[in-house]
Design a protein around this ligand. Structure first.
Ligand code: SF4
Length: 374
């Protein structure tokens, strides 16, 4: 029988596992703290666990994150790891240090089946969903590696380097709901990473039923990749829109806001030259979201090999933002981080065996709705 990877067990699952070993319930909490708060990878290091339990665990469990096969640091301090998840697939995880926070961008799938036209991951096609252990393993690895590397060293259980997690790496997290949910629960658990729901953001391209499920199960902060002010354009930029059009998506956002930890939805909008960046489109966007309390995060497009769209000029982004601001919407332009190591938004590619041959099948047609009316 395969060893159980304890990185993938949230509180309920770890409680059940410890009960199956005929151990007292408090052992689960001890184990969780050793693994996630202290970064222990060996049972022998868990000094307050009975020797008999350590021996039991050593025979049937592991604490095992994906192996690191690449580690790059950008001139701006952004750090990107390439992690081997087996069978020819590798995923990427990015740490973005800022003055007041440390954000980890986590992947949820090897590749992505949504196939957004401006995204390097989408272009690679889809291989498979990550397991909970592979998702949490990214945080576990990053947090404890960064602690070890910190100068002066960060010690103790309570001092975290990663203060925020964004599920915005490779993959559509809500297409891997069953594995993502326990991962989110571990991020929030005080005996694991203890992050508040406001500091964990899940980004989706618009999986409407799963947005409703997340609202019930674990309402963390929600970011929605909008990228277009109407269905005709969004159908082309984010093909999932054909299944869940804007009307349904925005209604789901409104329902989510009833339980969300923040009183707004973050809309992400990648700025594409001549495609979605006109003043008329900004005005259309204002009308579209008028009933949804929201903030806009405008994302300068980060080019990648084979991309067939171009980014908007900085002046165009400023003008677009101003239209939103003039309408009373908070709009910020994301600072590009880590682009010298291909770690910026939309650049994560990893190495994916495209089992769906999705990119090949769908082809890359020119975007037909390229309107610039202003
Ligand atoms: S932007 Fe997100 S949902 Fe779209 S292809 Fe890339 S990873 Fe998938």
């Amino acid at each position: 029988m395969d060893a159980v990877n304890l990185l993938g067990l949230d509180r309920d699952a770890l409680d059940a596992y410890v009960a199956r070993l005929d151990e007292k319930p408090f052992r689960a909490r001890q184990l969780m703290r050793w693994i996630h708060r202290r970064g222990a990878a060996e049972f022998d290091a868990m000094s307050d666990l009975a020797k008999s339990l350590r021996t039991k665990l050593a025979g049937r469990a592991t604490i095992s994150a994906p192996a690191v096969i690449g580690d790059g640091v950008s001139s701006d301090g952004t750090r990107k790891w390439l992690l081997d998840v087996g069978r020819g697939d590798a995923i990427e995880t990015v740490f973005i240090p800022e003055d007041d926070r440390g954000t980890l961008c986590v992947s949820s799938q090897a590749g992505c089946a949504v196939n957004c036209v401006f995204c390097s991951t989408g272009k690679q096609g889809f291989s498979r969903n990550l397991t909970t252990a592979e998702i949490v393993g990214q945080l576990w690895w990053a947090e404890h590696t960064l602690r070890r590397d910190a100068v002066p060293a960060v010690s103790g259980e309570g001092e975290r380097i990663i203060s925020n997690v964004v599920m915005m790496g490779m993959g559509e997290p809500l297409q891997n709901y069953e594995a993502v949910l326990p991962a989110l629960r571990l991020m929030l658990d005080d005996d694991a990473y203890g992050l508040s729901r406001r500091r964990v953001t899940l980004s989706t391209s618009g999986m409407v039923p799963q947005i409703d499920r997340l609202a019930q199960d674990c309402p963390v902060a929600l970011a929605v990749s909008l990228h277009a002010p109407n269905d005709a354009l969004r159908d082309q930029l984010v093909p999932l829109n054909r299944k869940y059009p804007l009307r349904d998506l925005l209604a789901a956002c409104q329902r989510y806001l009833r339980v969300a930890p923040r009183d707004f939805i973050t809309f992400e909008y990648v700025m594409l030259d001549g495609i979605n960046d006109s003043d008329a489109q900004a005005r259309e966007l204002v009308a579209l979201v008028r009933d949804v309390p929201c903030k806009f995060n405008l994302i300068p497009f980060n080019p990648f090999p084979g991309a067939d769209v171009r980014g908007s000029a900085p002046a165009r982004i400023r003008a677009f933002a101003q239209t939103l601001i003039d309408a009373g919407i908070v709009a910020t332009t994301r600072k590009t981080r880590g682009d010298d190591i291909d770690a910026a938004c939309g650049q994560l590619a990893g190495e994916v065996r495209d089992r769906t041959r999705l990119a090949e099948r769908s082809g890359r047609r020119p975007i037909a709705v390229a309107v610039r009316t202003a």
